[in-house]
Ligand binder design. Structure first.
Ligand code: SAH
Ligand code: SF4
Length: 371
């Protein structure tokens, strides 16, 4: 049987080496070839013995999801649609900025949690992504971003021009956020195996502080993540009380706000950052009043946190409208006057529908949910 080497973390790759009659330390070399050099052809791993390369070629492949489309917006945000087989597609987005490059990746095909304002949630759920499909997104984007920066450098040399605006942006992936399609903590084992690879110095070597898992608040899995692989955590709060959160984020009925905040405090004890990021989608006339903001201030009094206010990104049939800039500003002012840090998320890649909650992909729903 052929295996996909992108499915293996350091430990399982060492086991695989032993299985094919090699020393386990070869795994380190292999990891570097696969994830740092980004090779897809095992025969090109030039410092491995020919016999090993042949064995690898006979037993394994390096196979990320297939790219179906690749678009760059006018602000340089880049979005890919990737096929994960059987008619299912996921989306991933790269956001280059002056001091960092952030890749937003997916963890599931669709999502079973049905948040009322989320396009992924409306599409239903098909399946969890495999480790190879999760880490394969970073593998693909790394190669693509590397390629485009090489061609940009060549272009700059050819033109002899001053550095263009896009070339001053970060061209490497320094940050990864699990804010694409799916609930990462509902695909716990695969997400954690992918996180291990992202942090491994022989693979991507990213800092824990720069890898963020965003969750709608699956409390038991938040506790497991804290023990198993504490990375930066973002929690989708979206409402200051249970009555409203029950409507927007239905999983709240199972894991209500008080318990969620207690879990955040537990997480903070092991977190790489000393705050939790609370995401709060701004929905016109629903959760964006001054009264809501004041209630929120009271709610998080005991929790070290920062707020990220996300202007709602609409999609057809959502039934919601984005809050006005004025309401967002007033809401933010209430938080800031209470001493909280609150930023408003910039809407990126507007012309290619690459913003939060707009990642539609292609989900063959298995939950028979009404569209
Ligand atoms: N399932 C995880 C991560 C994916 S969604 C979670 O819910 O946290 C990433 C963020 O985008 C979440 O905060 C989510 O609530 C938000 N989001 C979803 N739909 C949105 C929309 N239409 N407009 C703005 N933000 C949205
Ligand atoms: Fe799932 Fe997150 Fe969308 Fe809710 S907001 S439906 S948890 S992807």
């Amino acid at each position: 049987m052929t295996v996909n080497l992108l499915d293996f973390g350091a430990g399982s790759l060492a086991d695989f080496c032993v299985e094919i009659g090699e020393k386990p330390f070869r795994a380190r070399q292999l990891l570097r070839w696969i994830h740092q050099s980004g090779v897809s052809d095992v025969t090109s791993m030039s410092d491995l013995a020919k016999a090993l390369r042949e064995k690898l070629a006979a037993t394994s492949v390096i196979e990320p999801p297939r790219v179906i489309s690749d678009h760059t917006a006018s602000d340089q945000t880049r979005k890919w649609l990737l096929s994960v087989g059987a008619g299912n597609g996921i989306e991933m987005v790269f956001i280059p900025e002056a001091n960092r490059g952030t890749l937003c990746i997916s963890s599931q095909v669709g999502c079973a949690l049905e948040c009322s304002f989320c396009s992924t949630g409306k599409q239903g759920f098909n399946r969890n992504l495999t480790v190879a499909e999760i880490v394969g997104q970073l593998w693909l984007a790394n190669n693509a971003v590397r390629e485009s920066s090489c061609s940009l450098e060549a272009q700059t040399v050819l033109d002899g021009n001053e550095v263009t605006q896009s070339s001053t942006r970060s061209r490497a992936i320094s940050n990864v956020v699990f804010m694409g399609m799916g609930e990462p903590l509902a695909n716990f084992e695969n997400v954690v195996a992918a996180l291990d690879l992202m942090l491994d110095d022989n693979a991507y070597g990213l800092s824990r502080r720069r890898v963020t898992v965003s969750t709608s608040g699956l409390i038991p899995a938040m506790d497991r993540l804290r023990e198993r692989c504490p990375v930066a955590l973002a929690v989708s709060l979206h409402a200051p009380n249970d009555a409203l959160r029950d409507q927007l984020v239905p999983i709240n009925k199972k894991y209500p706000i008080k318990q969620l905040l207690a879990a955040c405090q537990r997480y903070l004890k092991s977190a790489p950052r000393d705050f939790i990021t609370f995401e709060y989608v701004m929905l016109d006339g629903i959760n964006d009043s001054i009264v809501h903001a004041r209630e929120l201030v009271e709610l998080v009094r005991e929790t070290s946190c920062k707020f990220n206010l996300i202007p709602f990104n609409s999609f057809s049939g959502s039934g919601y409208r984005r809050s006005s800039s004025e309401s967002i500003r007033c809401f933010r002012d209430v938080l800031m006057q209470a001493g909280l840090v609150a930023t408003v998320r910039k809407t990126r890649g507007d012309d290619i529908a690459a913003a939060c909650g707009q990642l539609a992909g292609k989900v063959l729903d298995k939950t028979n949910r009404k569209k």
